[in-house]
Write a protein that binds this ligand. Structure first.
Ligand SMILES: NCCC[C@H](NC(=O)CCC(=O)O)C(=O)O
Length: 446
């Protein structure tokens, strides 16, 4: 695969972004439950990141938000009547189910799908498997629109295959690219695909967390690898350390990030660090790449500081000069241990020589950092030309979307606002206009 570039598809934050405390095991989601959110600011913060990275020459695109509230979900669990009546009944009977139907969680596109570029797959096409996200009610229905959006953008079946999500049952718990990393010599070269799982459904003796749920199973990772036709010798499965899941590391991308031949990770990330790295090194030798492991010790940065600052939920981006930039949330600079560590990292002469930081506070308060907000899709020139162009970030699209956000988004949402039928009408109007802006007329089933 020549001339490949890695596109980052950031989630455009939807107009119903709110703090509902829906993600047990995600510390930020739980600590900010029922506080007031600012959807307008959230969307503008996300757009500012996309614009800045596009302006730096990184390939940048977006995935659209999803239709909310999810009336199909609300009606399927017995709320009935007009839309306004459905909202009123749900608010009275179960505000938490109502919040699930409103969640803007599709903004975290690292969980939208797992992606295997054409250089890795069995049939020379780029493969996408939307994640079923079945561990959480508010996320378990995202895959239908994720598949629809991906099929609209990657519609050319000569180049792309978008699968259906895995069966939505605990054995196949799948959280997408948040637990998946490619390690390779360059984006266009065949890579080793590393899948990190939290538990094994059919092996009761395998370690598992005790306090918080493990959302990704080995069985799901293996199924995705099969669907994508990945070669066994280039596929590595590594178990996440169950103790860090119990400390709030609900996805591997909260404690490790990889890019090119670099794996940046915390010493406690994996159940068997030495064994996992040996498997990676062996597989990478087969694709002519040598692993550069950047290991952060607990005495440098504790797991608690990693979770609070989201140091590892950063984007590692390859620059034209061969070095890498680390895209971090500003919380990293507000944490003394992490800020000190990062200063040393960029001064060390290693792969990472630049820090780019963003204010993503609105998303961070729900446990989503820079890496959660993006889905990586490595594409060669022919594939990049074949995908829908209306989602590629440009200065013009940025300004159009800022005006669209200013027109349609509220700057404050509190729990009781989710019972307001006017909000549902506002969201529909916004999404209808968005599908026109993006040039995707059939994007939503409105
Ligand atoms: N990759 C980051 C995902 C963050 C996401 N948070 C949430 O869904 C919080 C929603 C809320 O509590 O309102 C999650 O935990 O899956």
């Amino acid at each position: 695969m020549r001339n490949a570039r890695e596109f980052n598809f950031d989630g455009l934050v939807g107009p119903s972004h709110n703090y509902a405390g829906l993600s047990f095991g995600n510390v930020a989601s739980f600590s900010n439950v029922k506080s007031a959110s600012n959807p307008k600011l959230a969307a503008l913060q996300g757009l500012a990141k996309m614009r800045a990275l596009a302006a730096r020459g990184f390939a940048q695109a977006l995935l659209p938000p999803q239709d909310r509230p999810n009336f199909r979900l609300l009606r399927s669990v017995g709320f009935c009547g007009s839309d306004a009546e459905v909202l009123a009944q749900a608010w009275k009977a179960s505000p938490v189910i109502l919040a699930c139907a409103w969640s803007a969680s599709p903004m975290w596109t690292a969980n939208a799908a797992t992606v295997s570029p054409s250089a890795d797959s069995g049939d020379g096409r780029a493969h996408f498997t939307p994640a079923n996200l079945n561990n959480k009610l508010h996320r378990a229905f995202e895959h239908a629109q994720s598949a629809r959006s991906l099929r609209a953008i990657f519609s050319d079946q000569r180049h792309f295959a978008v699968h259906d999500a895995l069966p939505g049952t605990p054995a196949f718990g799948d959280e997408g690219a948040a637990n998946h990393t490619r390690l390779c010599a360059s984006h266009g070269a065949a890579a080793v695909e590393m899948f990190v799982y939290g538990r094994v459904e059919f092996d009761a003796s395998a370690p598992a967390p005790k306090r918080y749920p493990a959302r990704q199973t080995l069985e799901a990772s293996q199924a995705v690898a099969r669907l994508h036709g990945l070669a066994d010798e280039r596929t590595v499965y590594i178990q996440q350390n169950p103790d860090v899941i119990d400390q709030g590391v609900f996805h591997n991308d909260v404690i490790a990030v990889g890019n090119g031949n670099v794996l940046f990770y915390h010493e406690q990330a994996f159940a068997d660090e030495a064994g996992g790295l040996a498997k990676l090194r062996g597989a990478m030798a087969g694709v002519g790449a040598e692993l550069e492991a950047i290991r952060v010790d607990t005495k440098q940065v504790s797991v608690a500081d990693a979770v609070a600052s989201y140091l590892f939920n950063s984007q590692l981006l390859s620059k034209a000069d061969g070095k890498m930039a680390l895209v971090i949330p500003q919380e990293c600079q507000e944490n003394a241990a992490v800020a000190g560590y990062l200063q040393g990292l960029v001064a060390s002469g290693g792969a990472v020589d630049e820090l780019i930081h963003f204010d993503l506070r609105q998303s961070m308060r729900n446990g989503g950092g820079p890496a959660c907000l993006r889905l990586r899709v490595a594409l060669n020139d022919a594939e990049a030309a074949a995908m829908h162009q209306g989602v590629v970030m440009t200065e013009a699209l940025y300004h159009t979307l800022v005006a669209w956000v200013e027109k349609h988004y509220r700057d404050r949402l509190e729990p009781q606002d989710l019972a307001d039928p006017a909000l549902a009408l506002e969201v529909h109007a916004a999404l209808e206009e968005l599908s026109r802006i993006l040039g995707l007329p059939g994007l939503y089933d409105l």
